[in-house]
Design a protein around this ligand. Structure first.
Ligand code: 13P
Length: 340
């Protein structure tokens, strides 16, 4: 393991004013998102869509990295340049999702377990050859009647830690993503408790497996009310609950925390990140973003699979990235949306 290289990459990924685009949707997920806006999902439409995002002029000012899917890291832009190289040319670091998605947790069908440890070393070696410098693994925790269970929390935390150890062994920065889902009618307090439990268990396992904290990043959910909850916590509550939870569970040696958007609207995700950076000074880690939906919702709708919409879609993508870049320093405001 080359710890110096890992640390350098991790720090670059959370450089001031920059964050990560998650463009690593699996075939099923991108299919659903395309279908919702009337785009047919094919190898070629996915390639064109992602090329549209990656070639947005000036995007490297706001993005430090992009998380790719296995298909995408092997694809080329229309001029024959491999897509990871297209990103590098923009000053953006290519990364790759390396888990193999979730299955129902055995004997607890309402919970998930993330697979992908078999053959992981070989896949990591190949991805590094293809240009990746960081990786992601997502675990999913569901809040509901009697769940999450200890079994689900511990099994997923151990898999996350083992994955992170593998990634570091292959000189790839691990982004450890334990996502407590927003789905359900739970309170913000229930989200806080589940998130704190999952994070503490994950960092116990990370310690047990010898993962270097300075050469990794954490990608958590924000602490937020369930989507169907009658009482919805306001922006400041979400910001405070999230940071207080992280202060109690994430070691200070971790260089950065890059949130997922998890079904929040694009503006909500920006406002929450902004509030955290505005309310708190001198936190031990950078607070940044690694959004998929909150960066892509509008550009995908604008694009619709039509080459004549590329300019409008890129404009929307550039704007969203710029808003989140401002949120990195707490300098975002609602007025900046109108100015677009
Ligand atoms: P969302 O921002 O849409 O939650 O996606 C982030 C991600 O990478 C989920 O794995």
């Amino acid at each position: 393991m080359n710890l110096q290289e890992l640390e350098k990459t991790a720090q670059k990924l959370v450089a001031p004013g920059k964050g990560i685009l998650a463009a690593d949707e699996s075939f099923g997920t991108i299919g659903k998102r395309f279908e919702a806006v009337g785009i047919e999902s094919s190898e070629e439409s996915r390639r064109q869509y992602r090329e549209m995002l990656f070639t947005t002029e000036g995007i490297g000012e706001f993005l430090s990295g992009v998380i790719l899917f296995d298909e995408t890291i092997r694809q080329e832009g229309s001029d024959g340049t491999p897509l990871p190289k297209v990103l590098e040319n923009q000053g953006v670091i290519p990364g790759i999702k390396v888990d193999k998605s979730t299955v129902s947790l055995p004997l607890s069908p309402n919970e998930k377990f993330t697979q992908g440890l078999d053959g992981l070393g070989d896949r990591l070696a190949e991805y590094r050859e293809l240009g990746a410098r960081f990786t992601k693994w997502r675990a999913v925790i569901t809040i509901g009647e009697g769940i999450p269970t200890k079994s689900c929390v511990e099994a997923n935390a151990e898999a996350l830690a083992l994955y992170a150890a593998f990634a570091q062994e292959y000189d790839l920065v691990p982004i450890v993503e334990p996502e407590v889902l927003i789905d359900g009618s739970h309170s913000i307090k229930q989200c806080y408790d589940a998130t704190e439990w999952m994070l503490n268990t994950t960092f116990d396992e990370i310690y047990e497996h010898g993962v270097e904290l300075t050469g990794m990043l954490l990608k958590p959910n924000m602490v937020i009310s369930g989507k169907e909850a009658e009482t919805q916590a306001v922006t400041e509550e979400v910001a405070r609950a999230t940071v207080e939870c992280l202060l109690r569970s994430v070691p200070a040696a971790v260089p950065g925390i890059v949130f997922l958007s998890g079904g929040q609207s694009d503006k909500q995700a920006t406002a929450h990140l902004n509030a955290m950076n505005q309310l708190y000074d001198n936190l031990p880690w950078e607070l940044s973003f690694s959004y998929a939906r909150a960066l892509q919702d509008l550009p995908m709708k604008n694009w619709k699979g039509d080459p004549s919409n590329v300019e409008e879609a890129q404009k929307a993508f550039y704007h969203r990235a710029k808003m989140n870049s401002a949120a990195r320093s707490g300098s975002y405001s609602e007025d900046m949306e109108q100015a677009a």
